[in-house]
Design a protein around this ligand. Structure first.
Ligand code: NAP
Length: 362
């Protein structure tokens, strides 16, 4: 994997956890029910099979939702918790059925404190759902060959179903070369060019989708947000978030525009969107005036800003000015507590789906 960022912007993907199966006759069957914990977006008395028309009703977030009220909060923390419970149950089932436990291997190079924290959090997350974790910690001055050897060992180890390389790597290493060495079957971060290439191609399926963008789409699905035919704007085009998020939205039949640092009139373009995914790394860049009334806003940004009232001296904010977005959007993810917790949940989910694929379990 390749992780960077603050609250563990590790990235990774699943067997589709998305809650709806859409059939060609327009009927949608609810595969998993997030439940009433989501601020009333889903009605607890919700039928198990719905027509698309009923989904467009007020139980769900749609771009047409009235906006006099403040936005619904898309509670990534609760959704991630629910997903982890689902994974935990599946891990147990797999162990009982065939005696196999999914395994995730993490390679950490150097002594960066933030990287060490992310790796520790991933190990803890694995433990919490019963996934085995393996770690190799190499010194800062390790050679690229040593990292490649560790990857090769994990590639060959049948008890390992997912491999992540914690980023950033020391500057003397060729990151591309190292990430390419992870076998595509264990590329739970979904960063291998073959996985990204398949994501981009029609009729091809990636084995894994990068975790953070996958988490964004999962949130949209679990909140019943209609994507098909909607206008979506992704702000940011990084390999790990913006670009795969745009590809995923396109696969879901949204009409997608990408805004980046050279885009002219980003505000005007963004204001056309029914769905905004922002992954920029600029605190509060997306103001209320950028948002179309009733849009759904997914804020990936995690930006530390000074805050003398916080014991740490700073607090984390998103790319989107949350207070303003709340007044105009239909729904918005908070920072923290939105996309962040979904990233690790998707990593666990990718590891489980890898183990299931290896052992031919549906
Ligand atoms: P990145 O690699 O730095 O990419 C930032 C992207 O934003 C680039 O495509 C850049 O455009 C674009 N950009 C920069 N300034 C802009 C501006 N003023 N207007 C429009 N576009 C602009 O960052 P990243 O790794 O994708 O991460 C983005 C943010 O998401 C960060 O805050 C990061 O901490 C956060 N993140 C969170 C999670 C999570 O789990 N919640 C995971 C990953 C990342 P160019 O391509 O033109 O340079």
């Amino acid at each position: 994997m390749a992780s960077m960022i603050s609250t563990d912007p590790s990235f990774s993907a699943t067997a589709r956890l998305l809650p709806f199966t859409r059939f060609s006759n327009g009927v949608v069957s609810l595969r998993r029910f997030v439940g009433p914990l989501h601020v009333g977006l889903l009605n607890p008395t919700f039928p198990r099979t719905l027509s698309l028309n009923s989904i467009r009703s007020s139980r769900f977030i749609t771009a047409a939702m009235a906006t006099e009220q403040s936005a619904k909060v898309i509670d990534g923390k609760s959704v991630a918790k629910q997903i982890r419970e689902e994974i935990s149950a599946e891990v147990l089932k797999m162990k009982d059925a065939i005696g196999v436990v999914p395994g995730l291997a993490v390679i950490l190079v150097g002594d960066r404190k933030d990287s060490a924290t992310y790796v520790r959090n991933k190990k803890k997350a694995c433990e919490s759902v019963g996934i085995n974790s393996f770690e190799v910690h190499l010194p800062e001055d390790a050679s690229e060959q040593e990292v490649l050897k560790s990857i090769s060992d994990f590639n060959d180890d049948p008890s390992v179903h997912g491999i992540l390389v914690q980023l950033p790597l020391p500057s003397h290493m060729d990151e591309q070369n190292i990430l390419n060495a992870v076998t595509i079957e264990k590329d739970v971060d979904g960063f291998h060019p073959l996985n990204i290439g398949r994501l981009a191609m029609r009729g091809r399926e990636p084995l894994f989708v990068p975790c953070t963008p996958k988490g964004c789409i999962e949130l949209l699905h679990r909140y019943g947000v209609d994507i098909k035919g909607k206008r979506a704007v992704v702000i940011g085009r990084s390999n790990i978030v913006g670009m795969p998020a745009a590809l995923l939205l396109q696969r879901e039949d949204a009409t997608v525009s990408i805004v980046h640092s050279r885009t002219k009139n980003p505000e005007e373009i963004t204001r056309q969107a029914d769905i905004i995914i922002s992954a920029v790394g600029q605190p509060n860049m997306v103001r209320g005036s950028w948002i179309k009334p009733g849009a759904v806003v997914i804020d990936v940004g995690i930006n530390p800003v000074e805050d003398a009232s916080s014991p740490r001296g700073y607090r984390l904010v998103g790319d989107v000015c949350y207070e303003e977005a709340c007044k105009i959007a239909a729904a918005v993810t908070p920072v923290p507590g939105g996309v962040g917790p979904m990233t690790i949940a998707m990593l666990l989910s990718n590891t489980l789906s890898s183990a299931k694929r290896t052992h031919n379990i549906k």
